[in-house]
Design a protein. Structure first.
Length: 242
């Protein structure tokens, strides 16, 4: 609904979801995102500031998200959330984002590594740390974290996709292909996976599949990639001449 611009419908959906599952961090995040799409940020922040005064870890975390532009206030809220629930992954994600925004990539990674000592079986933390290593092009480190995440959640689409990207970075193309295709079988709406898969199909001399993947990514809102599109056209031309 949010992707289709139906924020009021999404708001009603998430309100019902939170009522049914009041301890779900994901449901609360979705409700907050819908509110942010419809309300001024000051109003959203005020709502969560009031709730956090008598609330628990979730409410403190949501306050941190609501005031994310204020580094000190957001940090205080995320840390308060962690004090209330030390193994919760999402306040850690918030704290790591604050370090990332400051440009301190070492501290971004360290925040996740310290949190994993408290919660070594957290799929969320392993996935987020793996994605951070991917951004740094530390593919072996990413692969190590994501293999553990996959054992914790064997069918998780996000983990499959991230691990596929790690193997692609290490040039294990067949393994990467299997993981990326499995990730889209589990969740076909992950638009960011299609350009990666399209480029991989080109490497494997499958330009028609590359074109299909590229077009599906565009349909799901990915920005055009002129260089990739040109390479696909060249690949199709070569294949037609064969």
């Amino acid at each position: 609904m949010m992707q289709e611009g139906r924020a009021p419908d999404a708001l009603q959906h998430f309100e019902a979801l939170v009522a049914a599952h009041p301890q779900s961090w994901g449901a609360h995040r979705g409700l907050q995102n819908a509110r942010l799409a419809l309300w001024p940020r000051d109003r959203v922040a005020g709502t969560y500031r009031d709730a956090s005064r008598s609330g628990g870890a979730i409410e403190q975390y949501l306050l941190g998200r609501a005031v994310i532009e204020d580094d000190a206030a957001a940090r205080a809220a995320f840390e308060a959330s962690l004090e209330l629930e030390p193994e919760a992954p999402w306040p850690v994600v918030g704290l790591s984002f604050l370090e990332y925004r400051r440009g301190d990539l070492f501290e971004t990674v360290r925040v996740y590594e310290q949190a994993l000592k408290r919660a070594p079986r957290s799929r969320v933390l392993r996935l987020r740390l793996g994605n951070q290593y991917l951004e740094l092009k530390l593919f072996v480190e990413a692969q190590r974290q994501l293999e553990v995440a996959l054992r914790l959640a064997p069918d998780d689409a996000e983990v499959l996709a991230a691990l596929g990207k790690a193997y692609l970075g290490m040039r294990y193309e067949e393994r990467a292909l299997d993981l990326l295709e499995r990730s889209l079988e589990a969740e076909p709406r992950m638009g960011d996976v299609y350009p990666v898969l399209s480029a991989l199909y080109l490497r494997l001399e499958r330009p028609a599949d590359a074109q299909r993947a590229y077009r599906e990514g565009l349909r799901l809102g990915q920005p055009p990639d002129a260089e990739l599109a040109a390479e696909i056209r060249v690949g199709l031309l070569i294949e037609s001449r064969r």
